[in-house]
Design a binder for this molecule. Structure first.
Ligand SMILES: Cc1cc2nc3c(=O)[nH]c(=O)nc-3n(C[C@H](O)[C@H](O)[C@H](O)COP(=O)(O)OP(=O)(O)OC[C@H]3O[C@@H](n4cnc5c(N)ncnc54)[C@H](O)[C@@H]3O)c2cc1C
Length: 404
């Protein structure tokens, strides 16, 4: 093993694994990316892909700000595209959040982000047609918006390939190879063995079961997140010109081209602090089997979170919706770092990992190559409430205390 440039296997070509692969390869690390489907065939491909820098958690803001910049400049970075739409991102909160949100705006502006706090009067000018009830403060990020999650992910994978990554699509990783307590590679469904100095599992909702093979029971669970699709032929960007998040009525939305508007429920994890008033979706025991369709009743229930704020929605139709999966940690923060010898995890993105992904990939590459990434330190499994329970499996003798 070359200490500066270990050989790495990355499992999963969502936005996280694609970005890790891109950045490792660009830095000259021999990287094999293994994906059971195709790029963004998991939750990334279902993402609303809203991008913004506003977070109450400082390191999330930094990752989001840099991730958004990378998506905006993805063509220069990879030769591909993110299909970035800078429609702006508008937030509102109630009276209890004003000082915390206003402080976060100042902090994030210090990173170089275009972001401002708006009074209720300024909000009303920017968002005519929106009810002002209970709004105490708005936050406006004019250069943010949304991107295309599949195009972004494929661009990073292609970029990685151009830098020499070995990309194996349609290939299931069946198990981790563990020798003397150390993860030394993976075995695929085709019985191929790929050995490496480090295996990075970025397998979203499938991460927990894979990592369990190394004796580490990560505190991750999976939730189903349904999206309503409002039918607004030719009017979508008139009714909703920007990406939108309402922390009071617990929903978010964005235009999807000219003809539709995506609406989802919001629990606050995306700011870095969960809103206790919001509903929580149920857990999904098996990520390979969940209800992907969203019938009209469920769509109507989602949209009802938003119509009091934007009454024009009630005049529009509904298309069939769809649901995707969130891989959730208990505190809504990702889990990123070494969890056993030879085994690294980048998962638990808790419903807000698309915009973080490009910057997470860069930081993971830095951490793997140099051993340091202060920006990722708060996301390590060692953080206070997330200690895993070592379990006994025949595959390994590794325990966390031996390896961290
Ligand atoms: C409906 C919805 C809306 C969202 N909206 C936003 C948003 O507006 N903004 C935002 O920032 N985030 C949003 N998110 C969250 C964001 O999409 C995710 O946090 C992010 O895409 C997670 O990416 P990932 O690469 O970590 O994981 P995933 O996308 O889950 O990718 C994991 C990959 O690993 C592969 N894999 C799994 N097991 C194996 C195996 N054994 N062998 C080989 N390959 C394997 C899977 O096929 C998959 O492609 C949303 C998510 C959903 C579902």
């Amino acid at each position: 093993m070359n200490a500066a440039h270990p050989e790495v296997v990355v499992v999963g070509a969502g936005i996280t694994g694609a970005s890790i692969t891109f950045h490792l390869s660009r830095e000259g690390t021999k990287t094999t990316l293994i994906e059971k489907g195709y790029p963004a065939s998991g939750p990334t491909g279902r993402s609303s892909a809203i991008v913004h820098a506003f977070y109450l958690h400082p390191e999330l803001s930094e990752l989001a700000f840099h991730g958004t910049e990378m998506l905006r400049n993805l063509h220069e970075l990879t030769g591909g595209s993110a299909d970035f739409r800078a429609v702006g991102m508008l937030w509102v909160c109630g009276h209890g959040q004003v000082s915390e949100w206003a402080e976060a705006v100042e902090r994030i502006r210090g990173l170089g982000a275009e972001i401002e706090a708006l009074s209720v009067r300024e909000f009303a000018e920017l968002a005519p047609g929106f009810a002002l009830d209970d709004i105490a403060l708005a936050v406006w990020e004019p250069s943010c918006g949304y991107a295309d999650p599949a195009t972004s992910t494929t661009s990073l994978v292609d970029g990685g390939r151009r830098h020499g990554a070995d990309v194996r699509l349609g290939t299931v990783v069946l198990r981790l190879l563990v020798e003397s307590g150390r993860v030394v590679g993976v075995e695929t469904e085709r019985a191929e063995r790929v050995y490496a100095d480090m295996v990075i599992v970025a397998a979203g909702p499938w991460t927990r079961s894979l990592v369990l093979q190394a004796g580490i029971d990560l505190p991750l669970h999976v939730e189903r997140h349904p999206m309503a699709v409002v039918d607004a032929p030719g009017r979508a960007q008139t009714v909703l010109p920007f990406a939108w998040c309402d922390d009071i009525l617990t929903h978010y939305a964005r235009p999807e081209g000219e003809n539709s508007i995506l609406v989802g429920t919001w629990s606050g994890g995306g700011t870095g602090h969960r809103n206790p008033a919001a509903d929580r979706p149920g857990s999904v025991p098996d990520p390979d089997s969940y209800e992907e369709n969203v019938e009209l009743d469920e769509s109507a229930w989602i949209v009802r979170h938003m119509t009091p704020r934007l009454p024009a929605l009630a005049t529009l139709g509904l298309r069939r919706g769809y649901a995707g999966l969130y891989d959730m940690s208990p505190d809504d923060l990702p889990i990123i770092g070494n969890v056993a010898e030879g085994l690294f995890v980048a998962a638990g993105t808790s419903g807000h990992g698309f915009k973080l992904g490009p910057a997470v990939g860069e930081e993971v590459a830095r951490l793997v190559i140099t051993g340091e990434s202060p920006r990722l330190a708060p996301f390590h499994l060692e953080r206070s409430s997330l200690r895993p329970r070592p379990v006994n499996t025949p595959a390994t003798t590794a325990t966390l205390s031996e390896t961290m």
